[in-house]
Design a protein around this ligand. Structure first.
Ligand SMILES: [Zn+2]
Length: 135
């Protein structure tokens, strides 16, 4: 079974808009994580009044990890401001890069998407975070 990346892009867009919890930044991020056996976990950025807000990427990962999934194929992530119709290319933040690097293979792919040019960008976690922290 293969996955349709364009359907995943639409899924990330849909959940980031319909389930938004971005009351501070008004910047909605949607992430879709795909396991090696094609299970799909979604995430949105969830903001709160403290400093404990969590990014969409880590939400998707913690959902999967807490359900016992440990083998990950790729993730797609994108975001947009509330008053903008177009999603844009974004990169995982530093916390997420470290987190992902500890729970995925070094060649785990992260895709991001821009509505402006309809382009999908592909990165590997070890390109985004070479020399991750290790105990
Ligand atoms: Zn992050």
């Amino acid at each position: 079974m293969s996955v349709d990346i364009y359907k995943l892009i639409e899924k990330a867009k849909k959940i980031s808009i319909s389930n938004t919890c971005s009351k501070h930044t008004n910047f909605s991020v949607g992430a879709v994580l795909v396991t090696k056996d094609n299970q799909i976990f979604t995430g949105i950025n969830i903001e709160n009044d403290g400093i404990q807000s969590i990014c969409a990427e880590r939400v998707a990962f913690v959902k999967a990890l807490s359900e016992g999934y440990k083998d990950f194929k790729f993730m797609i992530v994108m975001g947009k401001k509330k008053d903008n119709k177009l999603f844009r290319k974004i990169f995982p933040c530093g916390y997420c890069r470290q987190f992902i690097s500890e729970y995925a293979d070094k060649d785990f792919k992260i895709y991001t998407y821009s509505d402006t040019n309809k382009k999908i960008y592909e990165y590997k976690i070890n390109e985004l975070l070479p020399g991750n922290f290790k105990l």
